[in-house]
Write a protein that binds this ligand. Structure first.
Ligand code: 87F
Length: 481
């Protein structure tokens, strides 16, 4: 089959799902596989994941976390050890029941998350207060057998993530650590993905059942839907009890340990694509882009040699200043066709270099986000390109921040809340936190609780916007993935 080289034919605002499907395939991020709900991450997508690993590894290693790897297969008896944990999730577990032709004595779960297998080992490793804190992370794949419609990155049956699992001697330490990790996620979304988040605590109904409390960073996508970006759970002593993770303290007394777990997955890549991309295709924040700048020489027979020579020289200079740069000197394609291709792939900067530019010792640089073009002297280009990449990151972040802050409406009554949700806003409202009130509101408006912001406005004189009773905290509500 001939390669489909046409541009994106669907509009983001008109036919969002077709637009998304085209972008991820035409930007060569995703290929479909023979297994429904399982997708191939092509090099352009995997590069983004490697940048996430690089950024996050640096943060957690400085914080004293070490990487390890635990087995993919989890014995059924282990998975069932903490009841609240699998309850509700059980339908999504995939099982291995035979090895070759032999039926296994005990079924093995394909890892849906690793609390149980890790904490089984933790109970052997942790004996005394000297063994604490223990901070381990693993980068791996997990399987959750989804029955809802799958979408590449956003919901798939197998996905990649990191899962961190820390253990402490005290409640104070674990709570502090849970929030520190949440800050790391917020930082990564802003500094790598150029995405602002809403940081806070989940409601009782939305928290992980095996946890004391769950915290999240939430993202508002331009289709007005919120999506959870990452989570950090304070597990309290729930798992320590089930797995006997205990230690003798300084007074030789036996104590149960305090734990947290935290994760971010390849779902975040989907959020990034939706956040920044447009009708021409992918828009990549420069820090995750596999190619940050592409040089496109404008070739005529007469001046070909000089232009190519200058283009190569420019490429070397840009590389030297730390920019990932490619030179697209293919002669079978026109410059215009190449422009469209690189735009579709989200490349932050395009550098056009033709004979007339060369005469003036300059090149023309176009930004992917705004399309803005500017002639820049060749001599200052390495420096200027670096500045432009920084600037591009900052404008993507600012645009997303402005959109987010313009989408939040602070309300105090149900009527105001319903109106705002109808207008596709996120509301911030004083809430009692009861499950019934959330359920009723969701049935009526389609909006659910997102989280309760870390920085709270005052609750003085405020009643719950749904029940009229005592309000416990300000909470964000919105339509969500
Ligand atoms: C699906 C099947 C079995 C989510 C599941 O969020 C178990 C589970 O425990 C399950 N789906 N969860 C919750 C995962 C909690 C926690 N694990 C570490 C995270 C972050 C990383």
């Amino acid at each position: 089959m001939a390669k489909d080289t046409k541009g994106i034919t669907a509009k983001k605002a008109e036919n969002f799902s077709e637009w998304y499907t085209q972008v991820i395939q035409k930007a060569e991020l995703i290929e479909y596989s023979p297994v429904s709900g399982c997708y191939i991450l092509r090099p352009n997508a995997y590069h983004i994941w490697e940048k996430v690993q690089e950024f996050f590894n640096k943060l957690i290693k400085e914080h004293g976390v070490k990487n390890a790897y635990f087995p993919l297969f989890i014995p059924e008896s282990l998975l069932n050890k903490e009841e609240d944990h699998v309850e509700g999730f059980a339908p999504e577990v995939a099982w291995v029941e035979t090895g070759g032709k032999t039926k296994l004595k005990e079924r093995l779960a394909v890892r849906p998350t690793s609390e149980t297998i890790m904490y089984d080992a933790y109970s052997k490793w942790i004996r005394s207060h000297n063994d604490l804190p223990l901070k381990l992370n693993q980068w791996c794949n997990v399987v959750r057998w989804e029955f809802k419609h799958c979408t590449p990155f956003l919901r798939s049956r197998e996905f990649l993530w990191q899962e961190g699992h820390n253990v402490f001697a005290t409640e104070k330490e674990v709570q502090e650590d849970t929030l520190t990790i949440l800050d790391f996620y917020e930082k990564m979304f802003e500094e790598l993905y150029a995405i602002p988040t809403l940081k806070g605590r989940k409601s009782e109904s939305e928290k992980f059942a095996g946890a004391y409390s769950t915290y999240s960073v939430e993202i508002l996508l331009p289709n007005n839907k919120a999506i959870q970006g990452a989570t950090s759970h304070n597990l309290g002593q729930n798992f320590a009890k089930a797995f006997d993770i205990s230690f003798t303290d300084k007074d030789e007394k036996k104590q149960l340990a305090w734990q947290n777990s935290w994760g971010i997955s390849t779902r975040s890549i989907g959020a990034m694509i939706i956040m920044h991309s447009d009708d021409k295709g992918l828009v990549l924040p420069p820090r995750v882009a596999p190619v940050q700048a592409v040089i496109i020489p404008i070739i005529f027979e007469k001046t070909k040699e000089q232009v190519l020579k200058a283009a190569k020289k420019l490429q070397t200079a840009l590389k030297k200043s730390g920019i990932e740069v490619e030179l697209d000197a293919r002669e079978q394609y026109s410059p215009g066709w190449k422009f469209n291709q690189w735009e579709m792939k989200g490349t932050p900067l395009r550098i056009e270099l033709g004979p007339r530019d060369l005469e003036k010792d300059q090149a023309v640089v176009a930004r992917r986000d705004t399309g803005e073009k500017k002639a820049i002297p060749l001599k200052s280009l390495p420096n200027e390109a670096k500045n432009l990449l920084e600037d591009l990151h900052n404008s993507l972040l600012k645009k997303a921040k402005d959109y987010l802050s313009n989408s939040i409406v602070q309300v105090t009554t149900k009527k105001e809340a319903e109106k705002a949700i109808k207008e596709n806003k996120i509301i911030l409202a004083p809430w009692s936190g009861t499950e019934e009130s959330e359920k009723e509101f969701k049935e009526k408006t389609g909006a659910q609780s997102l989280n309760s912001p870390s920085k709270q406005p005052t609750l003085k004189d405020k009643k719950c916007f749904l029940t009229g009773k005592e309000a416990k905290y300000w909470f964000y509500f919105g339509k969500s993935y």
